[in-house]
Design a protein around this ligand. Structure first.
Ligand SMILES: Cc1cc2nc3c(=O)[nH]c(=O)nc-3n(C[C@H](O)[C@H](O)[C@H](O)COP(=O)(O)OP(=O)(O)OC[C@H]3O[C@@H](n4cnc5c(N)ncnc54)[C@H](O)[C@@H]3O)c2cc1C
Length: 302
């Protein structure tokens, strides 16, 4: 790892490479041990170089956005974590289309849409992820989903090529896509919206923001909905009906406000969250015969 560290620092600049960086600083759960190497690229070239070096040395590479859908293990992440975030977050508008770099936050994209009086992206304003993470997850809320607005994405392929791919080729489904399977790094993309009225767009965004504030435990660190919505049910309702509101393992707790959220109540470890997820799954399965599937991605060494 020392050799890779040296090579990376020389190739892209030592100020962009961090050793043993605590992942709890980069996840909304505020949980996670250190990444062996944490890289903060400033250009597409930096991304390309980092991927190439990882490949050359056969070292695992994990692409991180805002870490808002992740549970990182207490013993950290082996290899390189490549964070595509603030340095690569340009947004520009061309007619009804918005061109977005992967590191831009969805909240910034929706503010741009509002400013330009473009409708169709109101649903995403309160999702705390980056554009890249939202493409991977086909993020959605309040009846909207990335698949409805995404036109194309530009990715770095495993072969080191930059390619533009139509959204229809990404197999965007309920909180999934084929981006990771294909080994793509999302660099940017284009969403296509419609002309709308500023007051109406603003009113819709305000309504969704208020709904989140009222219903979701935004006052505690979390990774959003812990489980996917099982067909025909709501995860939160099942958990509530199983009597698990406020159920706690160590510092991790089923939110009192919304049972679909596991929150980091008090210095929770990843092990606490894992145990709590397992307990919830077992109890819900026992009582209702439904297996809850985690939406939160588990990464690293547990
Ligand atoms: C309070 C709260 C509310 C939430 N509400 C919602 C909601 O309403 N709807 C919803 O869908 N989600 C919601 N989420 C979950 C989360 O915000 C989304 O899944 C979001 O899309 C994740 O984006 P991210 O940048 O944080 O990705 P990360 O969590 O950093 O990563 C998620 C996955 O995407 C991959 N990835 C990230 N960037 C790239 C890239 N550039 N190229 C390739 N792969 C990449 C990662 O490797 C990882 O596999 C919520 C989370 C929180 C904390």
């Amino acid at each position: 790892m020392d050799k890779v560290n040296e090579q990376l620092k020389q190739a892209i600049g030592s100020e962009k490479v961090f050793d043993q960086e605590p992942m709890k600083k980069h996840t909304t759960f505020r949980i996670g041990g250190p990444a062996d190497l944490f890289v903060v690229p400033e250009t597409i070239e930096d991304i390309k170089t980092t991927c190439q070096i990882a490949k050359e040395h056969n070292i695992p590479l994990f692409v991180l956005g805002n870490g808002s859908n992740l549970l990182v293990g207490d013993h950290g992440i082996e290899g390189i974590v490549l964070q595509i975030y603030k340095n690569l977050s340009q947004i520009s508008v061309e007619g009804d289309q918005i061109h977005v770099q992967a590191g831009a936050l969805l909240s910034s994209v929706s503010k741009t849409a509002l400013k330009e009086e473009l409708t169709g992206f109101e649903f995403a304003g309160g999702i705390p992820g980056t554009f890249g993470g939202a493409v991977v997850m086909n993020a959605g809320a309040y009846g909207g989903e990335m698949v409805q607005v995404l036109k194309e994405v530009t990715v770095l392929t495993q072969e080191g090529e930059v390619e533009t791919i139509k959204a229809s080729e990404l197999e965007l489904g309920y909180r999934t896509s084929n981006v990771l399977q294909n080994g793509y790094v999302v660099l940017s993309g284009v969403i296509e919206l419609k002309k709308g009225k500023k007051e109406e767009i603003k009113a819709q965004m305000d309504e969704y923001a208020l709904a989140r504030k009222t219903k979701q435990p935004l006052e505690f660190p979390s990774a959003g909905s812990t489980f996917k919505r099982p067909e025909g049910y709501f995860a939160g309702k099942l958990i509530q009906d199983a009597g698990l509101r406020g159920y706690q393992v160590g510092g991790a707790r089923v939110s009192d406000k919304h049972c679909g959220f596991v929150v980091n109540q008090e210095n929770a470890t990843a092990a606490d969250v894992m145990q709590l997820i397992e307990d919830v799954q077992n109890k819900v399965k026992e009582q209702f015969g439904v297996l809850l599937e985690p939406e939160v991605k588990r990464i690293g060494r547990f």
